[in-house]
Design a protein around this ligand. Structure first.
Ligand SMILES: Nc1nc2c(ncn2[C@@H]2O[C@H](COP(=O)(O)OP(=O)(O)OP(=O)(O)O)[C@@H](O)[C@H]2O)c(=O)[nH]1
Ligand SMILES: [Mg+2]
Length: 679
């Protein structure tokens, strides 16, 4: 078991396609954890091993990889960058002690990292930026660095200055030591600081020292007196301030050819804290001290389910020592006892059995069938609960139905396993239509889940846009008479009713009343009349949608002492409605949704325009809780919002989000040309 001070747990996060998985691959090769670097494009990388990752050449879930380098035990969580998978990323971050944020060397993409950086800062996690893909034509280190500083402040400082750019990017100047290093694959060798970047590197170094001196009076004095501070002092300050999330160093790399990997590994070892120094608290804010003896507390940060070999729960051990055959208590599920069936260290899909995992370790436990991501596991029934990551509400839905007829129980069992692996998904029966819907953070999130369902459980599902729950109502009243008379062999059928149909205020539904005088329709037939009316209301006269907001009075009729029956009155009432409703100026009602859209202020007016173009009625606009963001409230027809999350993200560099709830039904303006209701 590694000494806790030699453990580093690091999340690798960043914007979509910034090169995280490729960089992780380089780090693993550099540390000797893998012999040969795989490739995302060829589907051979260590952490993008799931078939859905390979098919789309992108990370669709977190991948864990363990490596040992210079006696340091590193666990990397390679997190997806695509916004639809951001909940997966946030859950993984919750189990790590530090974060490497990988970004393209492209200033225009910095804005996309905002919510991620806010989350990391809210957890006070030490982090650094890697400006990556510097080998690409058009890459711009300086502009990206300045954009980072503009977004996240002057304590974001370069610790490296690149030598050469694009195809000629071949090394960097370490600004703390003012030494130049040239890349040799993922290793490096000393070289001269080229004359053409000397001034830039000096200026960048001065910026670094100035930022550090904000936290070190001695360094500040040295700078004021023009004394050259010793390298040791700068290094010590860097370690201290980075570990305390005061300074956010910026490194230069190109993970593709492996450039910058050695320096990144050194930075992770030197600047990032071990779990011993990473503050952990329970849900009530009480500190948890990592100790190898004493009760165990572990947090489940990811669940993988293999259709054959079962469940694998990746846990972060906060304190205590976890054994592969331990019996644990799941505090999050009513103190249920669960038994571990093996303990592993992960390297992508490879599992290496380990006898125990000490405090600070990340390990995978086999076959904890009832345990879910986010749960707190303890030993000896020790009662403590860890804070849960608040997941975002889903904002995209599809209606799903298995392609082949299967029993409901089997479908829900398979779906629940998919949901177990990804708690940001949700399954629901839709209000009004009763359709089975799968909801997620975005379109890709949901389609990936459906792909996974097909692959893992051989369950092919048909998916389509959710039905819009239109309704119909009437805008005028009428009186109708129907007589149902039928002679069949023995005794016949007789029902005779007069109904008055009146419109009701919107949102008040259907009501039935009888005003029969003198028993012309006997009392025992009233329920049948109401039933017949209700049945007729299921399919309206315009397009077959349910009819609502009306009052129907049974005020006259007649009966036959032998032939009248409940069935006959029911039929007569239904006939009356079918005759009467078309005479009441029927209209289609569409569901109106109230949305609260949160976007950076720069996009507020564009988003208001987008909502207006969707026939939205803007109710108000206020500064959001998140600084620099506005929340726009609007009522929008639901039919206009089917792909709204995708459109909103396109319009806001992925930064917009929205919440919604059904508000009311409004008449569809103009002549109804929409779809007919499904039969
Ligand atoms: N030129 C260049 N291309 C790179 C580099 N690193 C990665 N790429 C390419 O960029 C694309 C994305 O790389 P990934 O490693 O999958 O990026 P990622 O950040 O893990 O992507 P997601 O996890 O899906 O957000 C692939 O086509 C890589 O080959 C690099 O250093 N230089
Ligand atoms: Mg990736």
């Amino acid at each position: 078991m590694p000494d806790i001070s030699r453990i580093r747990n690091i999340a690798i996060v960043g914007s979509h396609h910034a090169g995280k998985t490729t960089l992780v691959e380089s780090v693993l090769a550099h540390c000797g954890a893998i012999n040969r670097r795989g490739s995302v494009i060829e589907g051979t990388s260590t952490t993008d091993y799931e078939p859905e990752c390979i098919a789309h050449a992108q990370s669709t879930c977190v991948g864990f990889a363990h490596a040992t380098c210079d006696d340091i035990d590193i666990t990397l969580a390679d997190c997806p960058g695509f916004i639809d998978f951001m909940e997966e990323t946030r859950l993984a971050i919750s189990g790590m002690d530090a974060v490497v944020i990988v970004i393209d060397a492209d200033a225009s993409r910095i804005a996309q990292t905002r919510s991620l950086v806010d989350f990391i800062e809210s957890r006070k996690l030490p982090h650094l930026f890697v400006i990556n893909k510097l080998d690409r034509p058009g890459s711009d280190f300086v502009a990206t660095l300045r954009a980072l500083q503009e977004a996240y402040g002057r304590h974001v400082v370069a610790e490296q200055w690149p030598i050469g750019s694009a195809e000629r990017f071949h090394g960097y100047v370490d600004l703390a030591e003012m030494k130049a290093l040239e890349f040799d694959g993922s290793s490096e060798k000393p070289t001269q600081v080229p004359d053409n970047i000397k001034d830039d590197a000096q200026r960048a170094r001065a910026e670094l020292l100035e930022a550090l001196s904000d936290f070190d009076d001695h360094l500040m004095e040295e700078l004021l007196e023009g004394v050259e501070p010793p390298v040791d002092e700068i290094e010590k300050d860097l370690c201290e301030e980075c570990a305390h999330d005061q300074i956010i160093p910026v490194l230069a790399a190109a993970g593709g050819p492996g450039f910058g990997t050695a320096a990144l590994v050194r930075a992770m070892e030197k600047w990032f804290p071990s779990p011993q120094n990473a503050a952990q608290v329970d849900a009530e804010g009480r500190p948890i001290e990592p100790k190898s003896d004493g009760p165990l507390i572990a947090h489940v940060i990811k669940t993988f389910i293999h259709p054959q070999s079962g469940k694998l729960s990746v846990v972060r051990v906060l304190t205590g020592t976890l054994k592969g055959d331990a019996t644990l208590t799941n505090i999050s599920k009513g103190a249920e006892k669960v038994r571990c069936a093996g303990l592993f260290r992960l390297l992508g899909k490879k599992q290496e059995a380990i006898p125990a995992a000490g405090p600070g370790s990340v390990a995978a436990i086999a076959r904890l069938e009832t345990v879910s991501t986010g749960d707190t596991l303890t030993s000896d029934g020790f009662k403590v609960l860890l804070p849960r990551v608040q997941l975002s509400e889903p904002s995209f839905a599809v209606a799903i139905r298995p392609k082949e007829r299967l029993d409901e129980a089997k479908i829900s069992q398979m779906l629940s396993r998919i949901l177990d692996e990804d708690p940001a998904l949700r399954l629901q029966r839709a209000e009004f239509t009763n359709e089975l819907q799968l909801l997620g953070i975005g379109e890709q999130h949901v389609t990936t889940a459906i792909e996974r369902l097909g692959r893992k459980y051989n369950l092919a599902v048909e998916s389509h846009a959710p039905q819009v729950p239109y309704q119909e109502t009437i805008t005028a009243g009428t009186a109708v008479h129907s007589r149902y008379k039928h002679q069949t062999g023995g005794h016949g059928q007789f029902g005779d009713v007069w109904l008055r149909i009146e419109s009701r205020e919107r949102g008040h539904g259907f009501t039935f009343e009888e005003k029969i005088v003198g028993g012309v329709v006997p009392r025992q037939f009233f329920p049948a009349v109401e039933k017949g009316i209700r049945e007729a209301l299921l399919r309206g006269p315009v397009s077959g949608y349910p009819v609502t907001d009306l009052h129907v009075v049974l005020y006259d009729g007649s009966y036959h002492s032998v032939d009248s029956s409940e069935q006959a009155f029911k039929t007569a009432a239904a006939m009356s409605m079918r005759d009467g409703l078309p005479k009441c100026n029927p209209v289609v009602l569409e569901p109106i949704v109230r949305v609260q859209v949160t976007v950076p202020t720069a996009y507020t007016s564009a988003v208001i325009q987008q909502l207006t173009a969707k026939r939205g009625q803007i109710l108000g606009m206020n500064p959001a809780d998140q600084p620099g963001f506005d929340t726009i409230e609007a009522d929008v027809p639901q039919v206009e919002l089917a792909r709204y999350i995708t459109e909103l993200r396109t319009a806001t560099q992925g930064l917009g989000s929205f919440r919604w709830h059904h508000e009311r039904f409004d008449p569809v303006p103009g002549k109804w040309v929409g779809p007919k209701a499904a039969v």
